[in-house]
Design a protein around this ligand. Sequence first.
Ligand code: GLV
Length: 259
Amino acid sequence: GDPSEIDYVLAWKPPKGEIKRYPNLKAILSLGAGIDHLAEDPELPSHIPVSRLVDRCLTQGMTEYILYWVIHHHRYFGKYTEISASKEWRQIPQEDARRRRIGLLGLGELGRDAAEKLANFEYNVAGWSRTPKDIPNVLSFHGPEDLKPFLNRTDILICLLPMTTETHGIINKKNLAQLPEGAVVINCARGAHVVDDDLIKALDSEHISSVVLDVFHTEPLPSDHPFWWHPKIIITPHMASLTVAHSAADYVAENIRRV
Ligand code: GLV
């Protein structure tokens, strides 16, 4: 068709330079929670509004993913799988959820929902964000000075930060060293939040006990990447929360109405 007849772009990761081909756009609507993949396009027209997707199913999916892996580690289900594989009958002492310190990096649309639901499950929940947040039963840490004390009290770290110049590579050697011995790291934000080599070293030194990764610097994760065969890394293919069409459509329509 005629590119000048296009009013709205709905996109996940369009090729760079694609969006500027439409001269009469009124808005660019991301089909995901983030907009970093759109902002990366150096030729993205700067006068057109860009919206992220804030959607019930996207939020619910992320919270499910996080609850699943928190419970997995809290109740040692990974260890029980290993134990039963060797036909052993052995119990591991059960911990009090109130003593399990969960830390969410990022308390935006997704982080807040996960924090609230984890707190409802009685976990000891804290979050770190740019500005202070007031969420019932969730300890709020904010700004660069609070990062260290936040990490010091976090047994299970979950990254849900947006990708910005400040958050790029935040899961690095220095910050991993601030986590208590045996901590777990879950990244469901962006691959570039993690310095891959630092994470592997922290696992190999047993400072970090287990890692769950949904996102990677290069996606699909290249078949020769060491993450694939690391015994302490669980990999999922950027599916922590997928856009559900029937639900997202309502939000997209509403954003078009607003424009
Ligand atoms: C997925 O990663 C998203 O931004 O929705």
